[in-house]
Design a protein around this ligand. Structure first.
Ligand SMILES: NC(=O)c1ccc[n+]([C@@H]2O[C@H](COP(=O)([O-])OP(=O)(O)OC[C@H]3O[C@@H](n4cnc5c(N)ncnc54)[C@H](OP(=O)(O)O)[C@@H]3O)[C@@H](O)[C@H]2O)c1
Length: 250
């Protein structure tokens, strides 16, 4: 259960090595935190010691987002071993490269399987568990890339558009159940996903994203932009005529 200060006892990170996800865990941790689950496709990379503390369990489990058939059993097992799942962060994803996707459509389908199908399947399993509990918060890492697909990364953008729409609908479907969904829409974040890439305007660090994300989650917000200014920027960008949008250096 979360206490009166919205401090969770049990935090699950799907995508246990995600830099943004781990920064969100850091921001959520309090003396109340008893269990942290790092669900990773490569458990050997989890570095659980980073979150270790007296009286706290850090559990590393194998999780492959693409293996949708395994997700329900994983969530059931976590609840059986750790009790109620107070906060679950859906932080896994692949960016890929548009030119690779153009040349290898099967790689594009794989990214869709991870970013969209995998997120739908795992998040629905989490939502069912939280509905049974009668409480919980799901944080979903969407992206501004899903607000309007760009020619330079439209496969990734389309997976985030699908994920964002799914998470919004899920949040509405859970109204009144005690379970909430916060959709987080970061812009360019300096993490291993973007290493070596040219930074975009209004870029941020995982810690900066985590600070606004956790403030929004604790306030029960359904959507958080990181940084907040992006919300207003995209009100304009979303409505630009396509020939102009196409030429923007973003
Ligand atoms: N960085 C940005 O600019 C940015 C902006 C907006 C939104 N986002 C979104 O924020 C989320 C976190 O990104 P990040 O910046 O923290 O990047 P990151 O550090 O590269 O994290 C991505 C995570 O996804 C995991 N992953 C990839 N494929 C997986 C699979 N098949 N099964 C399970 N896990 C898998 C990775 O595991 P491995 O460590 O094993 O690869 C890693 O834990 C992603 O959904 C991303 O799309 C990122």
């Amino acid at each position: 259960m979360q206490n009166g200060l919205q401090e969770p006892q049990t935090i699950v990170l799907l995508g246990g090595t995600s830099e943004i996800g781990r920064a969100i865990v850091d921001e959520l941790i309090s003396p109340t935190t008893r269990t942290i689950v790092l669900a990773c496709r490569r458990p050997d990379q989890a570095q659980p010691e980073r979150f270790a503390a007296e009286g706290r369990t850090v559990d590393v489990v194998h999780f492959d987002a693409a293996d949708t058939a395994s997700h329900e059993a994983l969530v059931t097992d976590l609840a059986a071993r750790h009790g109620d799942l107070d906060v679950v962060i859906v932080a896994f994803g692949v960016l890929g490269s548009q030119s690779d996707f153009d040349d290898h459509p099967d790689a594009a389908a794989e990214a869709v399987q991870i970013n969209f199908a995998g997120a739908v399947s795992s998040t629905l399993a989490v939502a069912a568990q939280m509905r049974r509990q009668g409480h919980g918060r799901i944080a979903v890492l969407s992206s501004v890339a899903g607000e309007r697909a760009r020619a330079t990364n439209f496969v990734y953008g389309s997976t985030k558009a699908g994920l964002d729409a799914f998470a919004q609908g899920l949040g509405d479907s859970l109204a009144g159940t005690g379970v909430g969904v916060t959709v987080i829409r970061p812009g360019f974040v300096h993490s291993k996903m973007t290493r070596g890439m040219k930074s975009a305007p209004l870029s941020s660090t995982p810690r900066q994203v985590a600070q606004v994300a956790v403030a929004g989650m604790k306030a029960g917000k359904h959507t958080v932009w990181a940084p907040g200014t992006l919300r207003y920027m995209f009100i304009v960008l979303r409505h630009l005529p396509r020939p102009i949008f196409r030429r923007l250096p973003i």
